[in-house]
Ligand binder design. Sequence first.
Ligand SMILES: *Cc1c(COP(=O)(O)O)cnc(C)c1O
Length: 465
Amino acid sequence: MDWKAFEHWGRKIVGWATDYHANIRDLPVRAKVRPGEIASRLPVSPPETAEAMEVLMADFERIVMPGMTHWQHPRFFAYFPANAAPPSMLAEMLVSALAAQCMLWQTSPAATELETRMLDWLRQALGLPQGFSGVIQDSASSATLAAVLTMRERALGWAGNRKGLSGQPSLRIYCSSEVHTSIDRAIWVAGIGEENLVRVPVSGPLRAMDIERLDAAITADLAAGHLPAGIIACTGGTGTGACDDIAAVVEIARRHDLFTHVDAAWAGSAMICPEFRALWRGVEGADSIVFNPHKWLGAQFDCSAHFIADPGSLVKTLAIQPEYLKTHGHDGLINYSEWTVPLGRRFRALKLWFLIRAYGLEGLRERLRNHVAWACSLCEKLRRHARFEIVTEPVLSLFTFRLKGKDDDVQIAFVNAINDDGRIYVTQTRVDGAIAIRFQVGQFDTTEADVEFAFEVLCELAGSA
Ligand SMILES: *Cc1c(COP(=O)(O)O)cnc(C)c1O
């Protein structure tokens, strides 16, 4: 492809993207294909000769599009959002054009220095104190892995990377029963082992870790000769939005000299609004905090903000410096690849710069506040409706409900009927063993009318459930 053709197709694709978003409400939110249907339309072998862009674009429309679930659909109420505000999408186009690999300061000084400043903007936006440093990770899973590795190394006196874990006492890490599966995987990958992830039962309306049982578990482990290393708390758990009492967790951690990591992958975005910060009261005492601007805030996937109180401990855990990565004569510069497990890094800070400037924090706060208000008003309407019951109360913009008096099979059939219908998209979770239907409002272009429309769809389909 020559650059003239690139320009031609580039313009066409921007036009395509604009039309896609203008007409997105006409599409079913979840893809309506059967397993294998897309694969059956793909040639089994690669072409030996060049194909024309016209053909590629036509096949994209014909083969790929029917197999897409539309995450930018304003009636996407499933999982959590993965927003892509238009300015952040434009920034990603620039990043795609530059295609820089930003592993070291010198491999693109602007990427490093913008990242430092953007993470400090986010720190201020979230109301975190000075002293937290930030890095962009590709995912909350990676940030949590980096935090778990840091807990491990800190507990082992920084010897784990060198000596391995055999011959060491069992490292123990504590969390609630509500944490995301990325915690389990971090524990596996760090070599700590699932059996050493101690799940503390939850209590209360926010399904928070029971603090007395947390303390008792740590004390019992110490008596048994285990090596407690850290606590992973959550603000806004994936199932129902569970929030641990961070202040109490931090106090226990201090008492036992443990490292604390807070997973606020989804809910962290809401902390740009001061009125929601009570949900993570005490967070300033944590050692590590992760939230995903690529979820609710509007930065295009992927972009995970990881704040650490002492980046030295993270760098001590992850930095590796063979000769070819040394930046001679530039001591004191940040090389962010020393803060993350992967070496290569995309230029992710640019989309934060575009996003925050194009809306201002006030513009972003207004969206989040609307989402919360609309979710709460839908919850009230469902509560008053004879066919539904509320299972868990709204935490920010997430609540769960179900068909009143029906068993799990009927609830699952109802979720499938909703998603086959295609006008809205929801997913399910389990609360105390029984199926509940999750509803969260968070897509960037969602309007109040979209949420009201969801109520109509739910009532209509409940009529035949
Ligand atoms: C989405 C989510 C994650 C995982 O985020 P990734 O960036 O996909 O790794 C972890 N924890 C919570 C609470 C989440 O909601």
